[in-house]
Design a protein around this ligand. Structure first.
Ligand code: GTP
Ligand code: MN
Ligand code: MN
Length: 402
């Protein structure tokens, strides 16, 4: 279904969900420079600042012409969020082809260390700043801190178990599906594993390998439970030629049976994939309880596993490397909201929630679409239906790169 033509004209609109945002836009260079400033603010914990940049970048991503001095004056400077500071950065870019502050940022030791630390899965801006304040600067410093041997690669679950014993850590997840990690008392395995495997996890995943991962996962799932359906979401679905991980939303074709067949399936699939050596590590596993604590009405609607996955070698592809794989299980009634929620982009999602709340009196999240005043829940049967209920023109996933 092609994107509603109106959204291409809609670049002035306030919400990212009203605009078309291609993967690569006519002002990509400018968007990239601003992204450095956004990232710097985020790493410094300046959330509001980072969000302001993110919004400005989103507006620029939807602008269909190359920004010149003239079009800046007639169009861009009138957009929401292009007051003082952001405007001056854009002008700098128009005049010189770069933003001086972005270039200085890139060369600063602090930015380099913080972004290096935060590039490790499981390390966020706060932890990155703590490490920096402790005097740490390099990956080697991190390896010493986490006691990970330089260049260590953990190839098999057996080796992982050995490594874990040495660290006196406990595996977050065992094959029988039991979580044994005691948070706060032993180190979380996420960072040490991500650190040891960083050379592999850093490598972008081409589209055909994402598809291969999905096919293997779904073949194994079919053995456990026939009739499951899936959509590859995330950056892949937005058209990225290379992804940092594979994200798959899974449900069941039968609306009624799915209600009882889906709960618990995430753990069972993980255990099977782990036993087969396909999932090598489970970084995070959440079922009903995590979600439940806050919203009883949606309980048991989403389960997710954030894992490390490795395809089996085949003659055409004898060398396989570890990849990040996210599996999200949704009840059939949550499937389309989950697909939309996990397709992203982050900005698109944020504005989808905001649009639903502020313009429609509704609440959107990956689990459900509900009307606020009477908590009536909609049960969309397609992705298009979610857009229709929210009164939004259809935007193809490849135009959701705000
Ligand atoms: P790359 O993986 O870097 O290639 O890009 P990506 O856009 O696929 O990023 P990512 O895999 O991190 O996330 C995919 C989408 O899922 C994003 O739009 C996120 O907003 C969304 N997402 C990620 N984590 C969560 C989560 O815990 N809950 C919900 N509801 N959404 C999430
Ligand atoms: Mn992804
Ligand atoms: Mn992901």
């Amino acid at each position: 279904r092609p994107t509603d033509p109106s959204v291409f004209q809609n670049w002035r609109a306030r919400y990212a969900v009203q605009r078309a945002s291609p993967l690569v836009c006519p002002n990509q260079g400018l968007a990239n420079e601003l992204s450095i400033l956004r990232r710097a603010r985020e790493l410094e914990g300046l959330e509001k600042n980072a969000l302001a940049y993110e919004r400005a970048i989103g507006m620029i991503k939807s602008y269909p012409h190359r920004i010149t001095r003239e079009s800046f004056k007639s169009d861009i400077s009138k957009l929401p969020g292009f007051g003082g500071k952001t405007a001056s950065k854009v002008l700098e870019y128009i005049e010189t082809g770069s933003i001086p502050e972005a270039q200085t940022t890139l060369t600063s030791e602090r930015y380099q260390s913080l972004s290096l630390f935060a590039s490790i899965y499981g390390i966020g801006p706060t932890k990155a700043r703590q490490f920096y304040d402790m005097g740490m600067r390099s990956i080697e410093d991190l390896e010493r801190y986490y006691d990970v041997a330089p260049g260590a690669t953990l190839k098999t679950p057996a080796e992982l178990d050995e490594f874990m014993r040495e660290m006196e850590a406990e595996v977050a997840f065992t094959p029988n599906g039991k979580r044994v990690r005691r948070e706060g008392t032993v180190p979380d395995i996420t960072v040490p594993v991500a650190l040891a495997l960083r050379g592999e996890l850093d490598a972008p995943i081409p589209r055909d390998e994402v598809e291969e991962m999905r096919d293997v996962v779904m073949r194994e799932l079919a053995e456990l439970q026939p009739g499951c359906v899936s959509t590859i979401v995330g950056g892949y679905r937005r058209g990225k030629p290379m992804s940092n991980d594979a994200d798959i939303v899974i449900s069941h074709e039968d609306w009624e049976k799915g209600k009882t067949l889906i709960p618990g399936l995430c753990k069972r699939l993980c255990a099977r994939l782990y036993q087969k050596g396909l999932v090598t590590h489970v970084m995070h596993l959440s079922g009903f309880h995590g979600y439940n604590a806050l919203r009883t009405e949606h309980w048991d609607s989403l389960e997710k596993a954030l894992t490390v996955f490795k395809l089996k070698p085949i003659p055409e592809n004898p060398v396989r490397i570890h990849r990040r794989l996210d599996l999200i299980f949704a009840l059939p009634e949550s499937y389309w909201t989950a697909v939309i929620g996990w397709t992203g982009s982050k900005m698109f999602q944020r504005d989808l929630r905001l649009w639903a709340k502020q313009e429609k009196g509704m609440k959107f999240d990956s689990v459900a679409l509900t009307r606020r005043h009477d908590t009536r829940r909609f049960l969309p049967k397609s992705e298009k239906e979610v857009f229709d209920i929210l009164g939004l023109p259809w935007i193809d996933p490849t135009m959701r790169n705000a």
